[in-house]
Design a binder for this molecule. Structure first.
Ligand code: G3H
Length: 540
């Protein structure tokens, strides 16, 4: 692949298949606050696609429309709407029976399915995700909502009983924490945002959501559903530049929970704004540089297949991507030969191109940054070993295997978050182990090998350095039932369907000494259904 060949892959307007055409730009002027879709007439952010279109003037990024750039005043009003809806825990939503909250979330999921085509298309155009992965992101999100409902029912079953211990009667449930600020990442703008937003909501918190900078318009079809399915102020949306609007929001001290998926640098900045940092609960999914370690007896074909998925799914733009490969020097040559051949077979194209695995990158600066990483490595002795690796044209960037990477190169430490694959040969197992120990990241690792004793020996130290050790398998978050977390700069808190319900709530109990007066009163409260908390109702 070279620049001309990449350039030829961008379509003319007429070459875009009918079902995927983006007919008219979407100029979003509305934002959701306190159950109302308010109209914004102030400054807006233009949205253009990573997909370029061939025109007489050359390649032009497709204009997708615009969204509001709210000012600090509007954003602070929005936070106040969430604060009022929570009303110090007295609000309709936080005091509502769990079964009713579940019904509202289920209604939302049902309605959301009717917007699937629109949202999938926006995923493709806004972030360049290929069609099958965009569909997968949507379906996985709907499945996540259903799984969350199921997990909450399970949790509620356990809480629907009294415990008597040492003369004290108690009922323990999980109660909401307050106002939650949800911010998701551009690579899974729908799914990862919803993996915090839905559990936060269903546990009774009120939410201010800021859609990612890329992947914003795809929330528009959902605004009216949120408005219609939830009481006013329970879910609100802010739009604008994070650096302008998020710091003022957090510095009010009105945010109780920060759910953020992005970089540790930004997370640190946000957290520091809170006037009482100990009050701010944080659920963070952050940086990662997951290594793959290929032992001398690794099954090469399997390793190639998993490393390909691990390094290049969605162009390597996954926090869980394999971002550096350590290969034992005995198998370095055959591995690189097969890996290069596999990359040669990857199809590059537009998000709708059948089987396209390499698609345009949404971050405008990314190709230049990746080129800089490669140049730095070449300047320090590495080579690009696959033909055409690193070729670029506008938003398309052809994957590059860079070899041999050394500690002094930027690619050794920086999270490239794109289709550049640093490979390091090693002879001593301590090389990759030391890399993991000295790394700022601690999310996952993939180990490829055939010898049970050797793998077992690696598992025990590695599980204390990262949060998931994958054997002969790529790194990944799913299935969503498994814990998703990390050590060091990689995460704070754990997200899985059931863990998320816990991180957005706190165990709270009602307790009474076991005497006749209290027993009679509790019995009366339960029998006459006078409290939503003190209750033995069983949600089926
Ligand atoms: O960007 C990070 C995502 O959580 C990755 O999820 O491993 O399922 O692609 P995934």
């Amino acid at each position: 692949m070279n620049t001309e060949q990449l350039s030829a892959l961008f379509p003319t307007e007429n070459q875009i298949p009918g079902e995927f055409k983006f007919e008219e730009p979407i100029h979003q002027t509305e934002y959701l606050v306190n159950g109302l879709l308010k109209n914004w007439t102030g400054p807006v952010q233009a949205v253009s696609s990573p997909v370029c279109v061939k025109t007489a003037a050359g390649l032009v990024r497709k204009d997708l429309g615009s969204y509001p750039l709210l000012s600090e005043n509007e954003v602070l009003e929005i936070v106040d709407a969430a604060v009022r809806a929570y009303d110090n825990g007295k609000g309709q939503w936080p005091t509502m029976p769990v079964a009713e909250r579940i019904r509202k979330v289920e209604e939302f999921a049902f309605q959301m399915k009717s917007r699937k085509n629109e949202i999938v298309k926006l995923l493709m155009w806004e972030i360049g995700k290929n069609y099958p992965d965009s569909v997968k992101e949507f379906d996985r999100t709907v499945a996540y909502i259903h799984d969350t409902v199921y997990a909450l029912k399970e949790l509620d079953h356990v809480s629907s009983r009294f415990t008597v211990e040492q003369g004290i009667i108690g009922q323990i449930r999980r109660a909401p924490l307050g106002v939650t600020l949800c911010m998701g990442p551009f690579n899974y703008p729908l799914n990862e945002t919803f993996t915090t937003l839905i559990p936060a909501l269903i546990m009774g918190n009120t939410v201010v959501c800021k859609p990612p900078k890329l992947g914003t318009l795809l929330y528009r079809p959902l605004l009216e559903l949120f408005r219609d399915c939830f009481p006013p102020g329970v879910i609100n949306f802010v739009y604008g530049r994070g650096s302008n609007i998020i710091n003022p929001v957090v510095s009010t001290g009105k945010i109780d929970v920060l759910a953020f998926i992005g970089t540790s640098k930004v997370a640190d900045k946000i957290k520091k704004q809170h006037p009482k940092p100990h009050r701010l609960r944080s659920v963070l999914g952050l940086d990662a540089k997951n290594p793959a370690i290929l032992l001398p007896d690794a099954d090469l074909d399997l390793a190639v297949q998993e490393c390909l998925l691990g390094t290049l799914s969605f162009n390597g733009q996954r926090c869980t991507a394999i971002k550096i490969i350590f290969v034992h020097e005995r198998i370095a040559e055959p591995f690189l030969g097969k890996f290069t051949a596999a990359i040669n077979n990857l199809k590059v194209g537009m998000p709708w191109t059948p089987d396209a695995q390499i698609t345009p990158l949404p971050e405008v600066q990314k190709p230049a940054y990746l080129t800089e990483l490669i140049q730095d490595a070449i300047g320090k002795g590495a080579n690009i070993i696959n033909e055409g690796g690193g070729a670029t044209c506008e938003s398309l960037f052809y994957p590059a295997i860079v070899y041999p990477v050394k500690p002094e190169m930027k690619l050794y430490v920086e999270e490239q978050f794109g289709p550049v694959i640093p490979v390091i040969p090693f002879s001593d197992m301590n090389t990759p182990i030391r890399y993991i120990e000295e790394s700022n990241y601690g999310q996952q690792v993939s180990v490829f090998g055939n010898n049970a004793a050797e793998i077992a020996q690696l598992i025990d130290p590695l599980v204390n350095q990262v949060s998931r050790v994958n054997i002969n398998s790529q790194c990944q978050r799913g299935p969503d039932i498994f814990p998703f977390t990390g050590r060091k700069d990689s995460a704070e808190g754990t997200l899985s369907v059931s863990d998320a319900l816990r991180v957005f709530s706190i165990r709270t109990m009602v307790a009474a000494k076991e005497n006749e007066m209290n027993k009679t009163m509790i019995t009366q409260i339960v029998r006459e259904r006078k409290s939503n908390f003190l209750s033995t109702d069983f949600i089926l």
